[in-house]
Design a protein around this ligand. Structure first.
Ligand SMILES: *[C@@H]1O[C@H](CO)[C@@H](O)[C@H](O)[C@H]1NC(C)=O
Ligand SMILES: *[C@@H]1O[C@H](CO)[C@@H](O)[C@H](O)[C@H]1NC(C)=O
Length: 437
């Protein structure tokens, strides 16, 4: 199945450059963090298969970190080079961890969207730096790229493609309320059985849930937007010198690569140019470092529990950490907890803290019984791949919705990060370990 997905993804990327003889040259407009981790897998495979891949580099946290990879990088010459992506990320994390969780789904969605709007000024600067620098654009034009791969979370990639007259592929997990897929990609979203993202609903909705789904859809339609459409419509029109819209431009994508798959999605209508490529980063486990392997083996027949809240959340409040640690101390399993905050006072002798864990290798270990996760798509896919049940402790963004999907599929239980007690976490853990579903 996995190789089938690969064939589709790579084949589709190749299709776009048929006719240029040897294909091809790929230009990438990326987005940071988990988006990049995911896209990188596809790009590296393209390089493996003889394609030339160039990634446009702008201030980011992890897109910069792989200097000696087989990918080429091309700096976007920023007009104001003083950007600090860490500052934005920290601000985002503060809101996500400390503010948003106390809000209702509506307020949270609004805040999340407001955040994107606040980024508009930065995105505009990036766009101007690239598109209005003739030297830079000529350089890209002269390189004669065959196709662009674009993460539309950062606007303008599709505008660069339009100006260069290069066909492009969108890579996307989802847009708020599916507005981009629906209005720009013409994807049908029948609200009676397609749950709008962020609502934590499944495809089997009760009447009140369907009402909620419709309200949520209207909210995303008329409420605050992920993009400042009015601004971008004007920007795109000015740049192209003819009236156009952001949506019209992004809708010209040849293919939409969606970072999920049927094991995650509910049945729903799709279009032939929407391809599902979730889980491509999954791979078999490698052996663990010696010390870790010894710890895992010391768990005996009970096995181990792997616990990570992802790469973005590094520490918790003391109360929260103590509450979690005391729940973990009550289970017979050994626990490997990725946590770099202060050591909680209630930490049990069965629990060990790590600054970093080889998550995929641990999830693929035969002794692993359960995975406590914040519910990021990448981690969820590793757990699905290795068949490990999950306790979801979602915190922000798409995480609650991701866990709702896993819950509906019988692969996870959810614990509320804000209101949970030690007993809640403990009983959820016992259930996923002892009651196979
Ligand atoms: C335009 O791009 C070129 C090539 O990338 C760069 O050397 C130059 O500094 C840029 N000009 C401005 C005004 O940023
Ligand atoms: C996490 O750690 C940083 C730096 O060590 C600290 O400033 C921050 O307040 C901590 N956050 C929480 C929630 O404890």
């Amino acid at each position: 199945m996995a190789s089938e997905k690969w064939t589709v993804a790579v084949f589709l990327l190749q299709l776009c450059c048929v006719g240029s003889g040897f294909c091809g040259k790929v230009l990438v407009w990326p987005c940071d963090m988990s988006h990049w981790l995911n896209l990188k897998t596809i790009l590296e495979e393209l390089v493996q298969r003889g394609h030339e891949v160039t990634v446009l580099k702008f201030p980011s946290i992890i897109v910069n970190q792989i200097e000696n990879s087989a990918l080429n990088f091309e700096n976007v010459p920023l007009l104001d080079g003083n950007e600090t992506p860490e500052k934005f990320l920290n601000y985002f994390l503060h809101l996500a961890v400390n503010v948003i969780p106390r809000l209702s789904v509506w307020q949270a969605a609004k805040m999340f969207q407001d955040l994107f709007i606040q980024f508009t000024a930065n995105f505009e600067e990036l766009c101007r730096s690239a598109l209005y620098n003739q030297t830079f654009m000529n350089k890209l034009r002269d390189a004669k790229y065959d196709v662009m791969v674009i993460d539309p979370v950062v606007p303008c990639g599709e505008l660069v493609a339009e100006v260069l007259q290069v066909p492009f592929v969108n890579t996307l997990r989802f847009s708020m309320g599916f507005t981009i897929e629906k209005y720009c990609g013409q994807l049908p979203v029948p609200l009676s059985y397609v749950p709008v993202t962020m609502g934590e609903l499944s495809d089997h909705m009760t009447f009140p849930e369907r009402v909620k789904n419709i309200m949520l859809s209207l909210f995303f339609e008329f409420g605050p937007q992920q993009y400042d459409f009015a601004f971008w419509d004007q920007f795109y029109s000015e740049t192209l010198g003819r009236p156009t819209t952001f949506c019209e431009t992004i809708g010209k994508a040849e293919i939409w690569l969606i970072r999920t798959y049927w094991d995650f999605e509910f049945p729903r209508p799709y279009l032939p140019n929407f391809e599902f490529v979730g889980g491509l980063h999954c791979k078999p486990a490698k052996p663990l470092p010696k010390e870790m392997e010894e710890f895992v083996q010391s768990s005996g027949e009970h096995g181990v529990v792997v616990f990570s809240l992802g790469s973005m959340v590094k520490n918790l409040t003391e109360d929260k950490a103590n509450l979690i640690a005391s729940a973990l101390a009550q289970i017979p399993q050994k626990v490997m907890w990725r946590y770099s905050g202060k050591k909680p006072a209630t930490l049990g002798s069965n629990t060990r803290l790590f600054n970093w864990i080889p998550q995929n290798d641990l999830l693929g270990h035969p002794k692993t019984k359960a995975f406590i996760t914040h519910g990021g798509t990448n981690g969820i896919y590793e757990a699905i791949y290795h068949g490990i049940p999950m306790v979801g402790v979602p915190i922000f963004a798409d995480q609650p919705d991701n866990i709702a999907h896993m819950k509906a599929k019988g692969a996870a239980l959810k614990v509320n990060f804000n209101t949970m007690t030690s007993a809640d976490l403990h009983s959820a853990l016992r259930a996923v370990i002892n009651e196979p579903s």
